[in-house]
Design a binder for this molecule. Structure first.
Ligand SMILES: Cc1cc2nc3c(=O)[nH]c(=O)nc-3n(C[C@H](O)[C@H](O)[C@H](O)COP(=O)(O)OP(=O)(O)OC[C@H]3O[C@@H](n4cnc5c(N)ncnc54)[C@H](O)[C@@H]3O)c2cc1C
Length: 309
């Protein structure tokens, strides 16, 4: 079985950023990546300085090339299980191959679960968005609908008044009256009827409403249910904490990404669902530096022990 200093599970922005730092720290690193970055549905990555508008898959491919240049090994596979403890973890891939590592960094991202409205999934990332900072500029001044699917939709709608005056909030979820008033005073309107389907109509989106009418818009924003891909961390016994703003139980990490399980760090969207690509990558880099320092301490302790023997 191959031995590594660090195995990184997930090799998109957060994982490859950690890999780059650890490779340059001369660590023996394996990245195992399922190849499904969260933003793969979009045509461009925005708000990532230096690569504004880059294709999401090309961006992570370039990150992989850069880390590989420092000796980091990548395999295309998913991790099925992790066993062991700090200093000696065994990571087993879906293909059945196992490898050992002294430390683990988990960067497995999250899965966006969309409301059960026919047509949303097909248009996700193209005409249906969730993040104004990612795609608001591309639809500025256009006719936008925000689907009121959860209380947080009010916040999303209020934010979008920064990008357009032509905003319609539509749906039956209870919204904060203050936020509704904020949308209305900025020129938006609120329709209290359910959306039964969305579909492409030329360059636009048609929303079929429960009252029988059809609303045509240029773009739709909707809040997803973020489901962290944290099964491996939970199986290791990582403690979780409720994130009240989004109502999701997240694996608890400190500033360096360390979880409650010694030797296991977690970075990016798996523990920070609201992080865009830049902060996800920053988390990976920070965790890598902390992990490298812990390994230096281990190696110093080993050298002392060998000297004393
Ligand atoms: C449609 C859309 C558009 C977006 N646009 C932007 C944008 O323009 N700008 C921006 O800053 N942010 C954008 N985001 C947010 C962005 O996607 C995230 O910030 C970013 O992907 C987080 O990176 P990550 O590395 O934490 O996770 P991810 O990108 O989700 O990567 C996780 C990786 O781990 C792998 N993985 C998962 N489980 C396993 C396993 N068991 N074994 C091995 N590998 C595994 C996955 O295959 C994947 O490659 C967008 C999000 C969406 C949904």
């Amino acid at each position: 079985m191959d031995n590594y200093d660090v195995i990184i599970i997930g090799g998109a922005a957060a994982g490859s950023s950690a890999a780059l730092t650890l490779g340059r720290a001369r660590r023996r690193v394996l990245v195992i990546d399922g190849g499904s970055p969260r933003n793969r549905f979009a045509s461009g990555v925005h708000s990532y300085p230096g690569r504004e508008g880059a294709n999401p898959l090309e961006l992570v491919a370039d990150m992989r090339i850069e880390a590989s240049a420092y000796g980091v090994a990548y395999v295309d596979d998913t991790v099925a299980s992790v066993t062991g403890a700090v200093g000696d973890f065994t990571v087993t891939r879906a293909s059945g191959t196992s490898a050992r590592a002294r430390r683990l960094i988990v960067a497995t991202g999250l899965t966006d679960v969309l409301p059960d409205i026919p047509g949303l999934t097909e248009l996700w990332g193209e005409k249906v968005h969730h993040c104004p900072y990612c795609h608001g500029w591309e639809v500025r001044d256009q006719a936008i609908a925000v689907l009121a699917v959860k209380p947080g939709s009010g916040h999303q709608a209020l934010l979008l008044t920064q990008w357009t005056d032509d905003l319609t909030v539509v749906g039956e979820a209870e919204l904060d009256p203050e936020q509704v008033r904020g949308v209305e005073v900025r020129g938006g309107r609120v329709l209290r009827t359910a959306v039964t389907a969305v579909r492409r109509i030329g360059d636009r989106v048609a929303l079929d409403l429960a009252d029988g009418s059809v609303l045509e818009r240029d773009a739709v924003f909707v809040a997803s249910d973020p489901r962290p891909n944290d099964a491996l961390l939970r199986a290791l016994g990582a403690e979780t904490v409720l994130e009240p703003n989004i109502g999701v139980e997240l694996v608890r990490v400190d500033f360096t990404g360390a979880t409650s399980v010694p030797g296991v760090s977690a970075v990016g969207n798996v523990v920070e669902p609201m992080a865009q690509v830049l902060p996800a990558a920053a988390g990976g880099s920070r965790a890598a530096a902390a992990v490298n320092m812990m390994l230096v301490h281990d190696d110093v302790a080993l050298a002392f022990a060998e000297g004393a023997a």
